[in-house]
Design a protein around this ligand. Structure first.
Ligand code: ZN
Length: 309
């Protein structure tokens, strides 16, 4: 399996347009010891020919241009992108779909609740279905295993299992609308298995961890995990007010209930943080937080990384 990390920051990217936190300020001043990042976007392929996007970031158009493997290969209109798997309806995960509206055929894999949010309640996504055989929506349910199939019907060699990671719908989904949706379909994690049995676990937003999830992660060869915030009150300290990491549906990296501690016993996979917020001090490669994460066996994803399993 081939994995391309096209973007690795949380929503807003790094630096974020309206943020003057120490990280963002230092990047703009040219003094930061670390990398700029676009918003989280991953692409996977079993054969290096047919590619599937994990979510669709607001930076998708530029991320496709930056990755040669995603460029058209035949004259006229063509794309190696066969499909998009959505893990939530967060704007950072779905707005990139609007950059794929130029009448190209591809599949969208998502839960029935996410499909309802996008297709029934947000008319702009109708641009993906202007003509027959444009986007084909395939409904997936937590607990299900299914093949990633191109719209042509060709089997990609990749199989997925999705599992619920939380019941929180995005803020733009009204309470009345959310009442008609299935809570377990709000946010999913995914394990993708290649034809040779290699497994990628992709969990960009994790609100809590239990034994069952930890056992599942132990079966992976590579783990791309929620690295949004270093500490629970990180945003509150930067902004002076606002929500904690836990209130936003992200367990922080540090602390007794943080991912470094909770996943210390998960030994099999190569462990990589992704979806890192611009305020997270572990982005600074000269700082103690970066060293602590690295010493605990974690890597911090960067745009442009390619992993081959
Ligand atoms: Zn910032």
């Amino acid at each position: 399996m081939h994995i391309e990390i096209l973007g690795s920051a949380a929503g807003g990217g790094f630096p974020q347009w309206n943020c003057n936190c120490p990280n963002c300020r230092s990047v703009r001043a040219g003094t930061f010891r670390g990398k700029r990042r676009t918003q989280t976007q991953v692409a996977v392929s079993n054969d290096d020919v047919s590619w599937f996007l994990l979510n669709a970031s607001p930076d998708l158009r530029l991320q496709i241009e930056a990755a040669q493997i995603l460029h058209p290969r035949f004259s006229g209109r063509h794309s190696p992108i066969s499909g998009v798997l959505l893990t939530s309806a967060d704007l950072d995960q779905v707005t990139g779909l609007l950059s794929l509206r130029e009448l190209q055929s591809f599949r969208v894999f998502c839960t029935p609740s996410l499909r309802s949010i996008l297709q029934k309640h947000n008319n702009v996504f109708a641009m993906l279905n202007r003509v027959p055989k444009q986007a084909e929506w395939a409904e997936i349910k937590p607990g299900q295993s299914f093949p990633l199939q191109a719209i042509s019907g060709n089997y990609s060699g990749l199989r997925c299992e999705v599992f619920s990671l939380g019941s929180r719908y995005p803020v733009y989904v009204s309470r009345e609308q959310a009442a008609g949706l299935v809570p377990e379909e709000a946010s999913v994690g995914v394990i993708i298995e290649s034809s040779s049995g290699k497994r990628l676990a992709y969990l960009p937003a994790v609100s809590s961890l239990d034994e069952q999830l930890l056992r599942r992660l132990e079966t992976a060869d590579v783990l791309l995990f929620d690295g949004t915030f270093w500490s629970d009150d990180e945003l509150v300290r930067v902004q002076g007010s606002g929500a904690t990491a836990n209130e936003m549906g992200h367990i922080p990296v540090s602390g007794a209930d943080g991912s470094l501690q909770m996943l210390a016993a998960v030994r099999r996979p190569r462990k990589i943080f992704i979806h890192v917020n611009n305020t997270n001090p572990m982005l600074d490669e000269s700082g103690p937080e970066y060293r602590e994460a690295r010493a605990a066996g974690w890597e911090i994803a960067e745009d442009g990384w390619r992993l081959d399993l």
